[in-house]
Design a protein around this ligand. Structure first.
Ligand code: TRH
Length: 380
């Protein structure tokens, strides 16, 4: 008998909530043979990540996963063996009542946000008593074996390596997006939030001795790019040259294509949680535009990741990397990212080798879907 799973996702904003839960749901189904329902309160971002999806259909199936639009009044439904509430999302009270009434209580998990902070290891897997005699377990993704690990599909790294070893595949993929980089250009992707200091980085790219080809999928940062370029509009397909920098606007692509885009680039600027992890599997130097939290809580997360990620780098390369990431995230009006970028460039070969090593080390750990299934088996 296949175990049944219900995953609940409320879309707080952007794409990360649905991006992560969809990735997980698919993996549980495709790789672990679980029967999965994904409940999401907003189908619009889902349809952008997964163009085969409909933003209107309340019930649809994709890759064997049942996707349900969860809104308004709750319709009674059978409770699954495993119930995952993503990112502290509040489950429908009627469903929680049904969980308590089930002859065998389901395994109830709260899937938390990713953090490299050291306290995570101590909290991963801890239960918390809930009304009705239920218990909810906190499940933390993370970077150590004491956590649930990172989302990583089977053979992801092997697929990336095969893609890298096939220049024709890379060229065809890029050409499909209308991208034809000069052979010696540095290819860079930019997926970030609004950014008041972005212009200083673009200045540095434009003043570079090497050509830079910047690929910007449609999204929140585009207005800052447009402003820097001084263009009245900047649509998908636009290509604008300023000094050594060519800016090209791409469409928002499906998740699997976004991976390939990251694999093609020499440097990736990413944000949030899921693209941040995907850039690590891309094994190239990157910068993380972290999601800003109240009371600057995100800064500790940023530093905690840098502490871990920086291990094994020479002190000078580590200082350069940290300098770039801090400058990028300071978001102070008039801040200049240029010097930090140029310093990072000075340590490029080491940063490249380090990104590859980090990917290998992380890929040696069990992935999040596998640890979830294992947790369920141990709990039975
Ligand atoms: O979109 P994000 O900023 O999402 C989140 C949410 O804001 C969430 O509420 C917050 O808690 C979290 O960040 C930290 O960034 P993220 O997580 O990287 O999600 C983006 C998703 O979009 C990811 O699955 C990759 C995907 N994507 C595509 O599929 N195609 C694209 O072209 C691009 C640029 C991204």
């Amino acid at each position: 008998m296949k175990a049944t799973w219900d995953i609940f996702c409320t879309v707080v904003d952007n794409y990360g909530d649905i991006g992560i839960t969809w990735r997980l749901a698919r993996q549980l189904q495709v790789e672990h043979g679980m029967q999965v329902r994904l409940w999401v309160d907003d189908l619009v971002p889902f349809a952008r990540l997964w163009p085969a999806a409909s933003a209107e259909q309340p019930q649809q199936w994709h890759d064997g996963v049942e996707v349900r639009h969860w809104r308004g009044e709750w319709q009674a439904t059978e409770v699954s063996d495993v119930v995952v509430g993503a990112f502290a999302c509040k489950l429908p009270p009627e469903y929680v009542d049904a969980m308590a009434a089930r002859s065998r209580s389901p395994l109830w998990l709260n899937l938390d946000y990713l953090s490299a902070e050291t306290w995570v290891d101590g909290c991963h897997g801890l239960p918390s008593p809930q009304p009705g005699g239920l218990r909810k377990f906190f499940f933390f993704p993370g970077f150590t074996t004491g956590t649930g690990g990172l989302l990583r599909e089977a053979c992801l790294v092997e697929h990336r390596e095969a893609f890298e070893a096939d220049p024709a595949a890379r060229q065809t993929f890029l050409a499909g997006l209308g991208v034809e980089p000069e052979p010696d250009a540095r290819l860079v992707s930019l997926f970030a939030y609004e950014h008041s200091g972005l212009g200083s980085w673009l200045d540095a790219l434009a003043d570079d001795t090497r050509s830079n080809h910047l690929l910007v999928p449609e999204g929140r940062v585009l207005a800052d790019v447009r402003q820097w370029l001084g263009e009245a509009s900047l649509d998908v397909g636009s290509q604008v040259q300023r000094g050594s920098l060519k800016v090209q606007v791409l469409p928002f692509v499906r998740q699997s294509e976004y991976d390939r885009l990251l694999w093609c680039c020499d440097f990736n600027a990413v944000r949030g949680e899921d693209s941040f992890v995907r850039a690590q599997w891309a094994a190239a130097p990157m910068v993380w535009h972290i999601y800003v939290q109240e009371e600057y809580a995100h800064w500790e997360k940023l530093e905690a990741f840098l502490d871990r990620y920086g291990q094994g780098l020479s002190p000078a390369a580590y200082a350069a990397l940290r300098g770039l990431w801090r400058a990028w995230n300071q978001s102070v009006e008039g801040a200049d990212i240029g010097p930090a970028w140029r310093e990072a460039i000075r340590h490029w070969p080491e940063l490249v080798a380090h990104a590859r090593q980090w990917c290998v080390t992380q890929a040696a750990q069990p992935d999040l879907a596998t640890t979830l299934v294992q947790f369920y088996r141990n709990w039975l």
